[in-house]
Design a protein around this ligand. Structure first.
Ligand code: NAD
Length: 456
């Protein structure tokens, strides 16, 4: 792949290291977004039936906000900083300099097809790298649009969009990169990691899994329901951090179900198919997969369950107590079905979560300090979000990423800059005062002085 050898030349030329080049690329990306806002909304609508507001907040404005932050901070983050120098290394200077890695590969998933490639791109460019973008082939329209726009606006000698299916991606993964950031499923994450191991390429894996949502007895039910419905059914449930299922006590079950039903009708109407704000399923394969979960749980439906194969519509659906060993509870749902599981107590809820893989996000709705403390201290997840869903993504001071099976590494804000940088320590010693103690023969007096000086 010729463009990869070209990128190596660009990188070794030093061009991408200058802060001016990085700023220039970020400004060009900003211009690309602003001049093509409508086409971006259209592509996202074509791929996922996303309404403009949803596309705006979760994709378009999200990336613009990232660009603004990096334009403001890159110069500071890219600076070499002094660190202290121990007595043994005196006279000398110690510094740490962030250096770009080289050529990085960014592979995105289809559910937020713009944000998931452009947000890492912002961080990788700001860190001074050459970048190959691989958008998901499932979000056809957005992938095509990116392939058309990126070369028009960004430096072609350092940034490229590579489109293609599994076979093409397999070829791409045979190339040598300096870092790979992959967003997608656990299964493909393993393939990516295996391919990366060939050259010992470091990877950041942004994966998924089941993100549980605990509703405590002591909570503001109306707001809880509204926030769960919003976080679950935005993008028709195709969000990696969407609440996958709810855990609730028998006492709260009925009031919660009632509040969820009310919130659902309030947000999407009695027939969500008519709502302009409700999305569609990405493709037939995923439509069939989610419809399969529905079929297995026909008798457990609380509300929803309607589908339309032609338009890939699946209604927002609440399901009560599915079998814990059935696919809907063993696989990530990644669609608009929300199981509600009755659980005896908060202790049992914690045990339920700890019996499974560590989630990307864990949600807790509670007004009780003790419960909050317990969940915080006794569970592990990529992020813990108390009393809200999804919005933690808006805090660019937070690292975004998983733990255990939900992923490795992180990005967003400075965390993204760090992911795409190597922090190189530089020790600069003076030739003056060359201490003889370290050289053999190691006499007693030398050892004594050395041990004493090493304390400082
Ligand atoms: P996908 O099918 O679009 O795959 C993602 C990327 O992997 C694409 O670029 C695709 O070309 C490539 N790919 C697919 N199969 C491959 C193979 N066999 N070999 C090499 N490359 C291959 O996306 P997906 O996997 O369906 O994504 C859904 C998953 O992603 C869910 O689990 C979701 O939770 C997770 N996700 C995570 C995040 C996050 O930020 N942590 C964000 C979005 C989605």
């Amino acid at each position: 792949m010729e463009f990869i050898s070209q990128f190596k030349k660009t990188f070794t030329s030093g061009k991408t290291r200058s802060v001016e080049w990085r700023h220039g690329q970020l400004l060009a990306l900003k211009q690309m977004l602003e001049e093509n806002e409508k086409s971006i909304y259209q592509a996202l609508h074509d791929d996922l039936g996303k309404c403009e507001f949803e596309s705006h907040i979760s994709e378009y404005a999200f990336v613009l906000k990232d660009i603004a932050l990096f334009l403001k901070k890159t110069k500071t983050w890219a600076k070499t900083r002094n660190v202290s120098t121990p007595l043994l290394l005196q006279p000398g200077h110690s510094k740490i300099t962030p250096e770009p890695l080289g050529t990085v590969l960014i592979m995105g998933a289809w559910n937020y097809p713009l944000q998931l490639v452009l947000s890492p791109l912002v961080a990788a460019l700001a860190a001074g790298n050459c970048v190959v973008l691989k958008p998901s082939e499932l979000s056809v329209a957005t992938s095509k649009l990116l392939a058309e726009l990126v070369p028009k606006y960004l430096d072609k000698s350092a940034v490229a969009v590579y489109e293609g299916d599994v076979a093409a991606t397999t070829e791409l993964l045979k190339q040598r990169f300096d870092h790979i950031m992959y967003t997608g499923s656990e299964a493909v994450g393993k393939i990516v990691m295996r391919a990366a191991s060939e050259y010992l390429t470091p990877v950041t894996l942004e994966l998924g899994g089941k993100s549980p949502c605990i509703v405590d007895n002591n909570t503001n039910l109306k707001v809880t329901a509204a926030r769960i419905i919003w976080g679950k059914f935005i993008n028709a449930g195709q969000t990696c951090i969407a609440p996958d299922y709810i855990l609730v006590t028998p006492l709260m079950r009925e009031p919660l179900i009632k509040a969820l039903q009310q919130a659902l009708i309030k947000q999407f109407g009695r027939d969500p198919k008519q709502s302009e704000d409700y999305g569609r399923i990405i493709n037939d394969r995923h439509f069939q997969r989610i419809s399969g979960y529905l079929k297995e749980n026909e008798e457990r439906l609380i509300i929803g369950g309607q589908t339309d194969k032609k338009t890939k519509y699946i209604a927002p659906t609440l399901i009560f107590n599915p079998e814990l060993t059935s696919p809907i509870m063993e696989e990530e749902i990644f669609g608009p079905l929300l199981p509600i599981i009755e659980i005896a107590s908060m202790d049992k809820a914690i045990q339920f979560i700890n019996d499974r893989e560590k989630p990307l996000a864990l949600y807790l709705f509670s007004n009780d300090d003790l419960t909050i403390k317990m969940v915080k201290n006794e569970t592990s997840s990529g992020t813990l979000s108390i009393n809200d869903t999804l919005t933690f993504m808006l805090n660019s001071d937070f690292p975004f990423g998983g733990v255990g099976h939900s992923g490795m590494g992180s990005y967003h804000g400075k965390w993204g800059f760090d992911t795409f940088s190597h922090f190189k320590p530089i020790l600069h010693k003076s030739f003056f005062a060359d201490m003889p103690m370290r050289y053999a023969p190691y006499s007693n007096w030398k050892q004594k002085i050395f041990k004493f000086l090493a304390k400082f």
